[in-house]
Design a protein around this ligand. Structure first.
Ligand code: NAD
Ligand code: MG
Length: 387
């Protein structure tokens, strides 16, 4: 029994997706064996996970975290450090869950695909920033991406049966958006937004960066780029639909007029479990949709004027090459600056736009080009921040 368990590595185990992945794994001890975990900074939490699940390989960010962790776990635990360590942990397991936040997740994405394993991908930033390089790694025999991001997991499920490359039978991907905490707010009202307003998402509880991205709608812009890279469908065939209840997680419109949707209560444990178990479906233990009570589903177009991040992302998609990498890097820098109270909410997207104004076309030929472009975009954005 034990020998046939699926070996899972969980990178970013201490975050929002990481801890929800652990909740799924706790329910499936016969099916999965957690063999490796990583997490930045929260060493005590990481040690507790390693001990609970009997994990033998643990990745930390630096030497000081390594020595702190070594005091907390048993001697036979192999502790690896930094990016090289992350790559090591992704070589060997059957499935790697990439729940790292931001561009730092790129080594996980690439090492997993290059090892020919299944990548359960929450970390959208790595795919967006390095799309051509990821596409190459994805050609490795056995390599496979299953999207954890709820919208993309929904689309993945609605595309089962659409097998031709480029999906010619698909008219449009319909990416749903909750609209975030500021849905319906005017530009005027948005000027007064505070950090606690922006951190209060109406339907999802997530890490701070993606919560802010949801409030600016940059998350949806990034998700359009993510969907295009994942499914090989141009952004001209991807629409964003605001759906405040977060019950319909996205839809696929086929050429015959049929629209397929995936529905569930908003709970990231569902897409996580789908990515771990597919093609099998694992039982969900945290409640189902109940159609015996009234259920109102509402759909409306996004307010592109109040939330210009969406058009900024579409413009980056048009320019292709390294433009999405610049957008994502500039956004990471601005969101961090906002979370550190260095800029206001209203400055995030204009500052990203200012970085994009300086973008010079680059085809993004290889990993070095990805790393260089990320660094350049960050440098330019930092230079534009108030001192
Ligand atoms: P989080 O901030 O809660 O957790 C991030 C994890 O990454 C932590 O374990 C942290 O230690 C680790 N990490 C951060 N920086 C790192 C670095 N430099 N090197 C190594 N590890 C590092 O974030 P989250 O909300 O869980 O999001 C993780 C990813 O999943 C993001 O890309 C996000 O866009 C995506 N995602 C999250 C949700 C959600 O519901 N939280 C939904 C869809 C997609
Ligand atoms: Mg999403």
């Amino acid at each position: 029994m034990t020998a046939s368990r699926t070996r899972v590595a969980l990178m970013g185990a201490t975050g929002s997706i990481g801890t929800q992945t652990l909740e799924v794994l706790r329910r499936e001890p016969e099916a999965f064996d957690l063999v490796a975990v990583s997490g930045g900074r929260r060493v005590e939490q990481l040690a507790a996970v390693a001990t609970e699940f009997g994990v033998r390989h643990v990745g930390v960010s630096d030497e000081s975290d390594r020595s702190r962790l070594a005091d907390l776990v048993s001697d036979d635990v192999n502790i690896v450090v930094g990016e090289k360590g992350l790559r090591e942990l992704c070589t060997g397991p059957d499935v790697v869950v990439n729940a790292v936040m931001g561009f730092a997740g790129l080594p996980v994405t690439l090492a997993t695909l290059e090892a020919g394993a299944r990548l359960a991908l929450a970390n959208k930033e790595s795919l967006i920033a390095a799309a051509p390089v990821v596409a190459q790694a994805r050609l490795t025999p056995g390599a496979q991406i299953l999207p954890v991001d709820s919208e993309h997991c929904a689309i993945y499920q609605c595309l089962v049966g659409s097998t031709e490359p480029g999906h010619p039978d698909v008219a449009r991907l319909l990416l749903t958006a909750s609209g975030g905490p500021f849905r319906g707010w005017s530009r005027e009202r948005l000027r007064g937004v505070t950090k606690s307003d922006a951190l209060a998402h109406p339907t999802w509880s997530m890490g701070p960066k993606i919560t802010i991205d949801s409030s600016t709608l940059m998350n949806k812009g990034l998700e359009v780029l993510e969907a295009s890279a994942l499914f090989g469908i141009g952004t001209d065939r991807i629409d964003v639909v605001v759906h405040p209840q977060s019950i319909v997680h996205s839809m696929v419109g086929y050429v015959d007029g049929s629209v397929l949707a995936q529905l569930s209560r908003p709970d990231m444990r569902l897409p996580i479990a789908y990515c771990l178990g597919a093609p099998e479906r694992l039982a969900h233990h945290w409640g189902q949709l109940d159609f015996r009570t009234a259920l109102n589903l509402q759909f409306e177009p996004p307010d592109r004027e109040a939330f210009p991040a969406l058009d900024l992302a579409l413009a980056a998609a048009q320019r292709a090459g390294a433009a999405p990498a610049w957008l994502s890097a500039a956004n990471e820098v601005c969101v961090e600056a906002f979370l550190e109270d260095r800029i206001s909410w209203g400055e995030i997207v204009p500052l990203v736009a200012r970085t994009m104004d300086e973008y010079v076309d680059d085809p993004l030929a290889d990993l070095d080009a990805v790393v260089d472009n990320d660094a350049t975009a960050r440098r330019i954005t930092h230079a534009n921040l108030p001192s």
